[in-house]
Design a protein around this ligand. Structure first.
Ligand code: SF4
Ligand code: SF4
Length: 132
């Protein structure tokens, strides 16, 4: 399962200078795969992938350390009414989320998405959006 971690060095979500991901891995023994990180000195977002069976434990432990955690279920959403199966999203996605079926209809494997946003920019019909 993918979890979106939000750090802030201001306000209620302030983990200070703790190496929170390393600490959670060490304490729980669960391996955490970092898929995307966008962090500066004041705040940041990190998308991690953890085994489904460990997700509750990992989420709880991060929250105890002051990190805001959101489970990302359907990371990318396609409006089937708007999609024209043009394939523009296939060519820009670095994670191979999109593919065509034998009838050239678009298939979406949202579990692979890392929320880079490229497909949303590329879609000529505004058919794609990210989970809020
Ligand atoms: S947001 Fe990025 S990774 Fe996710 S489906 Fe779109 S292009 Fe692929
Ligand atoms: S780019 Fe948009 S319209 Fe084209 S296949 Fe992808 S979702 Fe459908």
């Amino acid at each position: 399962m993918k979890l979106l971690l939000t750090f802030s060095r201001k306000g209620e979500h302030d983990p200070g200078r703790e190496p929170v991901i390393a600490r959670v891995v060490k304490e729980t023994g669960v391996l955490i795969n970092v898929e995307k990180a966008n962090i500066d000195s004041m705040a940041g977002e990190v998308l991690v992938d953890v085994p489904d069976g460990d997700a509750d434990l990992i989420q709880r432990r991060f929250e105890e350390m002051g990190v805001s955690v959101r489970a990302v279920v359907d990371a990318i959403i396609r409006d089937e009414e708007e999609c024209v199966d043009c394939g523009a999203c296939i060519s820009v996605c670095p994670q191979e989320v999109f593919s065509f079926d034998p009838e050239w209809r678009l298939c979406v494997n949202a579990e692979r998405c890392v929320l880079c946003g490229r497909c949303i920019q590329a879609c000529p019909h505004g058919a794609l959006s990210q989970q809020e």
